[in-house]
Design a binder for this molecule. Structure first.
Ligand SMILES: [Zn+2]
Ligand SMILES: [Zn+2]
Length: 158
């Protein structure tokens, strides 16, 4: 029995040295992995990657990592770029439709020349395009029998 204890006491300091070595090694590897993760992740998100790596090495990895995960940008640069592209496409579509609508509205049906939406007559061919409601002043279809804005009823020639 004593023999075993003796051999253990000889053996233990050696083991603890190895343990300490392994713990230090594991800590260094972990630190390195965290620094690498933070570097790549913050780079993808447009953050200050070098600053994060330095602070994660100086402060021992885990705490800066938790802090980093709390404050990092929720979107990666790719996601932000995609979002901007989507918005750009939407605004282009909107402009396109507005242009189509304005082209449709702003053309004289007789001569095809461009006219403004509030023109009563085409300045190119003298065609009456619209009429003005005598009661409320709204500009409406020239064939309308009733003003859609105020209910004024047109009788006969107007
Ligand atoms: Zn015209
Ligand atoms: Zn009216």
């Amino acid at each position: 029995m004593g023999k075993i204890l003796d051999s253990l006491s000889i053996f233990l300091p050696v083991l603890s040295k190895t343990e300490i070595y392994l713990i230090v090694l594991a800590f260094v590897i972990l630190n390195f992995a965290i620094a690498l993760f933070i570097y790549n992740d913050s780079k993808n998100r447009g953050g200050k990657s070098i600053g994060w790596v330095i602070s994660s090495i100086l402060l021992g990895g885990i705490i800066p990592l938790i802090f980093y995960l709390m404050v990092r940008s929720p979107y990666t640069l790719d996601e932000i770029r995609e979002d901007n592209e989507r918005k750009e496409v939407l605004s282009l579509q909107k402009k396109y439709y507005q242009l189509m609508i304005s082209k449709e509205v702003y053309k004289c049906p007789i001569c095809g020349e461009e006219v403004k939406s509030d023109y009563l007559f085409c300045p190119h061919c003298f065609t009456q395009l619209r009429k003005k409601c005598p009661k409320c002043g709204a500009i409406i279809e020239k064939d309308a029998k009733i003003c859609p804005y105020c209910g004024f009823i047109f009788e006969g020639k107007e």
